[in-house]
Design a protein around this ligand. Structure first.
Ligand SMILES: Cc1ncc(COP(=O)(O)O)c(C=O)c1O
Ligand SMILES: N[C@@H](CCCC[NH3+])C(=O)O
Length: 425
């Protein structure tokens, strides 16, 4: 009997976690998101090791990849969830994440979402405005419950990342100024159904330098020390997420997770409460690839286009943030190298995965892998151009499981009908 292969041991890069990608793509069709369970577990273990000895809870940022199999793996690793909607709450609970390990962030929580989260018994709300804090008090009072809450503080720190995913500058919509946080603590008696005993900070995503983290953590630590000295309880500090990953060899140098944890330990020295971290991308990005086939090679007047069956609706990052993803044909690496614009079939020039990318010559039907797509890939997918959502599969040690099958056209149409049944408004 053949031994079960270890992760990624197929030698060539045609395998992920012991699973042959060509065979998988033939079986499940393309475009196809594939996630490696072993890679996910390796990252989880590295993070746990970096945080060892701290009273730390990892609340995985569900938005990065809300696939229930990914969430179930996080639950199995003992992680909680950082959610931003009732949808993410339901997914997390359905995947087996303990409600007490769920924290709820976001500037637009509605009364219904807050009520649903209270009913589920989530651990903590990361509150982003006074209006939200008052709403939390009202909803908790009406339900006869007490909610634990942290103030999300905006530290006015430049995370040095893409402007669209920076969240820690004063001009961003997230969090409140430290002065306002002080006022909320001072007014705690006005809100008997909210135990305000935590601080939260999150400066942005794909952060590749340690210094902005250090600045933000120091600001939060100083605030925590001052609040404690003034007699307020601080039971929890939530350091957010944001750790970046290497999309491009030789360009992106990610922060070492050990250095990140040391920076946290240093900033929070002497703090005896609970630490929460909320990484998303760092845990899942490198565990995912998007498999896609070449529909055709089109020779334009000025450029040569490699037209794939994946498009911006399957992976938005290149069109939205000009993000760079490695693109590799799975076979024919010995062929001559050719420069392509790598595009999808969607009717927008922005539906471009890469411009002027040198690749081995490709032919119709070739399987191509777009790398580092485990975070903010499928989670940001749409059905633009009435393209069904791609399937998602988990692979582990030579086995695969379809964790989300490809959407059918009738599912896309479900709930829609031609306007024929007019009602008086
Ligand atoms: C509050 C909060 N926590 C955690 C994250 C996760 O970020 P990342 O995927 O960069 O770790 C985000 C997204 O930026 C966020 O807004
Ligand atoms: N969607 C962004 C990350 C957003 C982080 C969410 N707070 C990306 O793909 O890089």
């Amino acid at each position: 009997m053949a031994a079960v292969p270890e992760a990624d041991d197929c030698g060539e890069r045609t395998c992920v976690d012991g699973v042959d990608l060509e065979a998988l793509a033939r079986r499940l069709g393309t475009p196809l998101h594939v996630y490696s369970a072993s890679r996910l577990r390796r990252r989880a273990a590295e993070l746990r090791a970096a945080l060892a000895g701290l009273d730390a809870l990892v609340c995985y940022a569900v938005k990065a990849n809300p696939n229930v199999a990914v969430l179930a793996l996080m639950a199995d690793e003992g992680f909680g969830a950082d959610i931003v909607s009732a949808g993410e709450l339901r997914r997390s609970l359905c995947a087996g994440i303990a409600s007490s390990r769920i924290v709820f962030s976001g500037v637009g929580k509605t009364a219904d979402e807050i009520a649903e989260a209270l009913a589920a018994g989530i651990g903590r709300f990361n509150v982003e405005s006074r209006d939200e804090l008052d709403l939390l008090q009202r909803v908790a009072r009406d339900r006869g419950q007490v909610a634990h809450a942290s103030v999300r503080v905006n530290p006015d720190v430049d995370a040095g990342t893409h402007a669209k995913i920076a969240t820690g500058k004063a001009e961003n919509k997230f969090g409140v100024e430290p002065n306002e946080a002080w006022q909320w603590f001072a007014e705690h008696a006005h809100r008997p159904n909210v135990v305000l005993d935590g601080l939260h900070v999150h400066i942005g995503s794909q952060v590749l330098e340690l210094a902005p983290f250090a600045r933000a953590f120091e600001r939060i630590a100083v605030l925590a020390r001052d609040l404690l000295a003034a007699g307020h309880a601080i039971a929890c500090i939530d350091a957010g997420g944001g750790l970046g990953v290497r999309y491009r060899e030789s360009h992106d140098v990610p922060v070492d997770v050990g250095d990140y944890a040391r920076t946290l330990r240093h900033a929070l020295r002497g703090f005896g409460g609970r630490l929460i971290v909320e990484p998303g991308r760092w845990l899942v990005a490198e565990a995912g690839v998007l498999l896609t086939r070449v529909i055709r090679v089109k020779h334009g007047a000025r450029r040569r286009f490699l037209v794939l069956d994946a498009a911006m609706n399957d992976l938005q990052r290149p069109s939205l943030y000009d993000a760079w993803h490695a693109i590799e044909p799975l076979h024919g690496r010995e062929r001559e190298r050719v420069v392509y614009d790598v595009v999808g079939p969607v009717c927008e020039t922005g539906d471009t995965f890469a411009r002027a990318r040198e690749l081995p010559r490709c032919e119709e039907g070739d399987l191509v892998m777009i790398e580092t797509t485990g975070a903010y890939g499928a989670s940001m997918a749409s059905t633009y151009n009435s393209r069904p959502l791609a399937a998602e599969a988990m692979v582990e040690r030579g086995r695969y499981a379809v964790v989300r099958r490809r959407q059918h056209f009738d599912e896309m149409l479900a709930g829609e009908q031609p306007a024929g049944d007019w009602q008086v408004a």
